[in-house]
Ligand binder design. Structure first.
Ligand SMILES: Nc1ncnc2c1ncn2[C@@H]1O[C@H](COP(=O)(O)OP(=O)(O)OP(=O)(O)O)[C@@H](O)[C@H]1O
Ligand SMILES: [Mg+2]
Length: 334
């Protein structure tokens, strides 16, 4: 598999009056053809700046950014033929119907057989029925579809999507995510930014965390999550939680035991300590219905890696870990 994006040691500083902002600081990433790559980071981390460099809008002060082997600053025209960017609705020709606006963009992109291509992208994005509606009158979800339709007009091999589901309701976001997956299955490469960790985990083959203009971690969602597993959390469904807490609390390696009705969460400092927990459970005077290890979430990995400090694994998570937080609160209410 070839390389779709190659960014090496890229730095970029904005100058505005007497103020300077280093938006990117020695950034390097490599995105393979056909993968969905997520760029995740807090507000102001430098994501949009990197996207602007890749699409040839900005030139880096230092380093090299290439798309399909072409330099984004020196071969911008050639790069722009193979890519497109889906970002905010600003700048879109608002007073035209969807079809007219897409025709206009088709002309800008030098698309051959524009009417056929416009119909094709309207169909791909489920906008056929809205083809005569003014782009400005569309709902937020439909506007996002319109932007994707616009982004597909030049049949890009690389589609860059800057927060494609921001502000969308649950169903619209699901349908956009489905669309993104379909684009990958057509063999396109996607570079995606999002603040939604669940979306990133669902969509991305690999992810880079960026903070203050620096890439601080890169890997698959599983690899990123595995980096933070310093402690394991076990969830026990049982009949007599007091008895379970009494048996497990004194064990060496048990860092925390939190109870709630018919539920106990035990944090151990390593996988090896689980054996002792299971052994103690078998001697405990309580029925045990299930014992599960709770998975860390990408959100926890993100927070820990971005903030560069270990978390206790109990706060701020979601899914399994969220259940844990709730039970902790309930336990402290007792
Ligand atoms: N045109 C500009 N002039 C001056 N500073 C800028 C400009 N654009 C961005 N910046 C600054 O550069 C830094 C990186 O901004 P950028 O927009 O790339 O971040 P981002 O990761 O896309 O943030 P967000 O998640 O909020 O979209 C920020 O400190 C921002 O204030
Ligand atoms: Mg941005």
């Amino acid at each position: 598999m070839g390389e779709a994006i190659s960014v090496k040691d890229v730095s970029m500083t904005y100058h505005s009056g007497s103020e300077t902002t280093k938006a990117l600081d020695s950034v390097s990433i490599s995105v393979k053809e056909g993968e969905i790559f997520g760029l995740l980071g807090p507000n102001g981390a430098g994501k949009t700046t990197l996207i602007s460099i890749l699409s040839g809008i900005l030139s880096p002060d230092h380093g090299e950014a290439k798309v399909f082997g072409m330099d984004c600053s020196r071969e911008t025209k050639k790069v722009q033929r193979r890519i497109n960017v889906v970002s905010g609705f600003t700048g879109v020709v608002r007073s035209l119907s969807c079809r007219e606006a897409l025709t206009y963009y088709g002309l800008l992109y030098n698309v051959r057989n524009i009417p056929q291509k416009v119909d094709e992208v309207l169909k791909m994005t489920g906008l056929e029925k809205s083809r005569n509606a003014e782009a400005d009158d569309l709902s937020s979800g439909m506007k996002q579809r319109f932007l994707i339709a616009k982004g597909l007009l030049n049949d890009p091999d690389l589609l860059i999507m800057d927060e494609p589901t921001v502000g969308l309701d649950v169903e619209s976001a699901i349908s956009i995510r489905k669309m993104v997956k379909n684009l990958r299955s057509e063999g396109r490469t996607i570079l995606l930014t999002t603040h939604n960790m669940f979306e990133a985990e669902e969509l991305c083959d690999r992810i880079a965390f960026i903070n203050s203009g620096r890439i601080i971690a890169t890997g698959t969602p599983v690899e990123l999550k595995s980096r933070i597993v310093s402690k394991r959390v076990i969830e026990i469904h049982c009949t007599r939680e007091d008895c379970v807490v009494g048996s497990l609390s004194p064990l060496i390696g048990v860092k925390a035991v939190i109870k709630s009705p018919n539920l106990v969460h035990v944090t151990v400092d390593s996988y090896k300590k689980m054996k002792g927990v299971l052994k103690a459970l078998s001697g405990c005077d309580s029925d045990v219905f299930s014992v599960n290890e709770l998975e860390p979430t990408l959100e926890e990995a993100y927070l820990q890696i971005i903030n560069n400090k270990p978390r206790e694994g109990l706060k701020g998570g979601s899914g399994g870990r969220k259940r844990l937080q709730e039970s902790k609160e309930r336990a402290s209410d007792d």
